[in-house]
Design a protein around this ligand. Structure first.
Ligand code: AVI
Length: 373
């Protein structure tokens, strides 16, 4: 059952102009706990307008151990891409987004800037839930438009990400920029985080921009989008950024940029294993590779062993034997056509209501609603 506390935080009746009667976040936080079962009790209210919840680090470490056992010990070797995003990895990802060769960020940003006004008017939501919020650089365009749309009255932003440091830093920046913004951040995996969200009474804008949907397998992405769809009412919207199929050279250059930032980002995942599991990967003994698999319509990023070598992982009491040229798959980044976008939405219980794309058709921003049976 939905608690009154949450109702108070997230419900905002513009027409009745009752926003100034809302209790502050810290005055209601204790009552919010029952809504967040599965999320640890480590839920500091950092100030009146920012509240943070996190999965316990114990769970994260157990998950890493299990993923490394499943992915690295078995062949073909692979690692889930979520482990890229420690503090250094998140900063490196930020730098990737600024490189000349990585076109998705600037393309999506330009699309958002061009259409934010129309999107915000169409969805008419004063609550945004963002999956994979990161530094919120792109969503800030929409937040700014929402702030203006609701005449600078209070509005809510629920940011979900695996990297706590980035969420906290970003919240400080956003609060500075929008004095009417209330932020709830959840440090965690997407599906468990979606499941602990309360039911909102007013229309919500769910967002999964940045083309991160492409980093999931087809089945994983259907599961993820379906989970959001189930949480949505028929008045809610879901904004999804998706990278498009295009020339192989453009794609491979984007994932092997000439400044070498993507290579550093890929290799950094080995530092994460060294740090968190006591492994002894030598980063000089591995190389970055990015290839476009045309059959699967996906970029595949690998770390390739430069020599025959052994790596010991203290925490797992395992020694890995790598042959020269042996690969670890560290990420897929799927690319979509309009047809595959519609198929994915359909299988996830969603239906497209608007499709934004640039003239070169490099990227799509799709606005979807929950499909009526
Ligand atoms: C986060 N994600 C959408 C990026 C992508 O394009 O698939 C991750 C990335 N990996 C290398 N460059 C960027």
């Amino acid at each position: 059952m939905k608690s009154d506390a949450y109702y108070s935080i997230f419900t905002f009746h513009v027409m009745n102009n009752i926003a100034h009667f809302l209790p502050s976040l810290d005055s209601v936080q204790a009552q919010c706990y029952p809504e967040f079962q599965g999320i640890s009790m480590d839920t500091p209210t950092l100030n009146k307008r920012f509240h943070l919840r996190q999965l316990s680090s114990q769970d994260k470490l157990a998950m890493l151990r299990q993923d490394v056992k499943l992915g690295l010990i078995e062949r073909p070797r692979s690692l889930p891409p979520k482990y890229f995003y420690d503090e250094i990895g998140s900063k490196l990802f930020d730098s990737i987004c600024k490189t000349h060769d990585y076109y998705p960020t600037r393309t999506e940003l330009a699309l958002l800037q061009k259409h934010a006004n129309e999107i915000v008017a169409l969805v008419n939501s004063n609550t945004c839930v963002e999956l994979g919020a990161g530094t919120s650089a792109k969503s800030e365009v929409l937040l700014s438009e929402i702030s203006a749309h609701f005449n600078k009255s209070k509005f809510n932003y629920i940011s979900i990400d695996v990297c706590e440091e980035v969420l906290v830093e970003t919240a400080a920046r956003l609060q500075n920029n929008f004095e009417n913004l209330f932020i709830q951040s959840i440090v965690g995996e997407y599906v468990p985080s979606i499941q602990v969200l309360p039911n909102f009474d007013d229309p919500v804008l769910f967002m999964f921009i940045g083309s991160s949907i492409g980093n999931f397998t087809e089945q994983e992405s259907i599961d993820l989008l379906s989970n959001v769809a189930k949480k949505m009412t028929f008045d809610d919207h879901f904004l999804i950024g998706m990278d498009r199929v295009k020339d192989k050279n453009v794609l491979e250059q984007a994932y092997d940029d000439r400044e070498g930032v993507t290579a550093k980002f890929n290799l950094n995942v080995l530092t994460v294993l060294n740090k968190d599991l006591g492994a002894n990967f030598n980063l000089d003994n591995f190389s970055h590779e990015a290839v476009y698999n045309e059959d699967e319509q996906q970029i595949e990023m690998y770390l390739i062993s430069n020599s025959d070598q052994q790596v010991h992982i203290v925490d797992l009491n395992e020694t890995l034997h790598f042959e020269r040229g042996e690969k670890i798959l560290t990420e897929i980044s799927r690319k979509y056509s309009k047809a595959s976008i519609h198929r994915l939405l359909g299988k996830s219980g969603l239906v497209e209501v608007k499709h934004y794309e640039p003239d070169n058709k490099y990227f799509s921003i799709v606005l979807a609603k929950r499909k009526k049976e």
